[in-house]
Design a binder for this molecule. Structure first.
Ligand code: SF4
Length: 471
């Protein structure tokens, strides 16, 4: 999961679009206009970018229900329901579906839609999208917080109501072998299928849609150019349906749409419909995910996916259960399914001190990747920073990350990166597996040198695995 951006850079608008160049930095931030330093290939075309629209902040704090929501459901205090053991359904939020005026408003906005992929069992329903397999009685809310049983039907509450939007460099996902230097129109709704103790976007992933959006007041469905001019309350109220997302990606000159920040599996229907439309408009789709999804749902989605970054959080089922309330095997299955279906992917492993920093486990993970996936799919080791429920831990020591890189290379992986660090030589460079020269150099999220032509090393002609603009 890449982090919802902080609002720290302002860039001028691209030529030919309405501009905000007259705004002060403070005014611009107030309107939610932020930017990033464009990558080399796009250095001449500055992006106008959108802020992370966290309505829960607008609405008065990360841990409270949004004021003004009729019938807003209080947070179920303390721990969330636990994930399902293999073959069972996860615990869910009992009798927590929106009711009354709130439910009516959600439907009127178009934010509640009948879900895909569920079975009915009398008046009960069971979602088939992820291994949690939530079994819901009428009035219940799912483990991911985004689906509810209303009258014997399963509905998603996370359709057309993103709570975070941003134009990111594709390198931030991270995707290093996919259209380098391009922009990704990035979005998220509330909700997640896991419960990671170290979640960096917990203030949207561990929320219900009703805690991040407001269905009251006038309906706001902005045109792309209007997105950057929304007021804070507008951010909480606007809708962005699949056709709007695709139009916005085109307007902001993005090569791809990234489903990211929280967990897109939790907003599967919205992602699926958007991806299908984007494919028809020749915009690529990238999925930044924990990979905790059932095979049938993934195979169906794969027909519209162009790339993915899968967060392989550890190589231990026990640690998956304690750190993430997940399980290891479904993630390994996801990697195999992506490969089988021809979707380019890269793997991220966050090295969390005391949880996922054991050399032996790293070795087993890398051996499995080489044997089952092959040596060409990139692996990104990412540095942990104290976050959410693990603020008592220290950042990952650099020597552990360097050791992890050595382990991966020795196992045979050809493209190994270290992320979230500065000043480490070659940490984010791509080296040709033939002549060993650096073919892509990066500085944070910018591409500073690109020596891949038609998918091959410019020096020796060796093919570099990935998806390239000119290949
Ligand atoms: S996607 Fe959500 S509702 Fe469906 S099984 Fe997973 S956690 Fe439950």
């Amino acid at each position: 999961m890449d982090q919802v951006p902080s609002q720290d850079v302002i860039l001028p608008a691209p030529a030919g679009t309405p501009d905000d160049q007259g705004l002060t930095r403070r005014q611009a931030l107030g309107l939610g206009i932020v930017g990033f330093a464009g990558a080399a290939a796009l250095a001449s075309a500055c992006y106008r970018t959108l802020c992370a629209m966290r309505a829960n902040k607008v609405a008065g704090g990360a841990s409270s229900a949004a004021p003004g929501l009729p019938g807003a459901v209080p947070q179920p205090g303390g721990a969330a329901p636990a994930a399902a053991p293999a073959g069972k359904s996860a615990s869910v939020f009992k009798q927590d579906a929106p009711t009354g005026e709130l439910w009516e408003l959600w439907q009127k906005r178009g934010w509640a839609r009948e879900a895909k992929r569920y079975v009915t069992l009398g008046r009960n329903v069971q979602c088939q999208i992820c291994p949690n397999r939530c079994l819901l009685e009428p009035g219940d809310r799912s483990h991911c917080r985004n689906r509810v049983n209303k009258g014997g039907k399963l509905y998603t509450l996370a359709y057309g109501n993103p709570c975070a939007l941003h134009v990111d460099p594709i390198e931030k996902k991270p995707l290093f072998h996919f259209l380098p230097g391009s922009g990704a129109f990035s979005l998220a709704t509330a909700g997640c299928v896991l419960r990671c103790l170290n979640c960096q976007n917990w203030d949207i992933s561990q929320k219900k849609p009703e805690e991040t959006k407001l269905a009251t007041g006038e309906e706001i469905r902005p045109k792309p150019e209007g997105l950057v001019r929304l007021s804070d309350s507008g951010h909480a109220r606007y809708s962005l349906f699949p056709e709007d997302v695709v139009a916005a990606a085109e307007y902001f000159q993005c090569a791809s749409i990234a489903y990211t920040y929280s967990e897109p599996i939790a907003y599967y229907e919205y992602m699926y419909d958007t991806a299908r439309l984007a494919r028809a408009r020749k915009i690529r789709n990238v999925w930044i995910t924990c990979g905790f999804i059932n095979e049938e749902a993934l195979v169906d989605l794969c027909q519209y996916l162009d790339a993915a970054n899968v967060n392989l959080k550890s190589f231990s089922d026990d640690i998956y259960r304690t750190l993430n309330e997940g399980a290891l095997q479904p993630i390994l299955d996801t990697l195999k399914t992506l490969k089988k279906n021809g979707v380019w992917f890269e793997v991220t492993n966050l090295v969390v001190p005391t949880y996922t920093d054991k050399p032996d486990m790293m070795r087993r993970m890398c051996d499995w990747l080489v044997k089952n996936i092959g040596p060409d799919y990139p692996l990104h080791f990412s540095r942990f920073h104290p976050m959410y429920k693990l603020t008592h831990l220290s950042p990952t020591p650099l020597d552990i990350l360097l050791e992890a890189r050595d382990i991966a290379r020795n196992a045979g992986l050809r493209h190994v990166y270290i992320g979230n660090v500065r000043g480490v030589e070659g940490a984010e460079a791509t080296f040709c597996p033939g002549c060993k020269k650096a073919v892509i150099e990066r500085d944070v999220f910018s591409v500073t040198a690109l020596r891949v032509k038609h998918g091959k090393c410019e020096s020796c002609g060796k093919a570099i695995p990935g998806v390239w603009q000119d290949a």
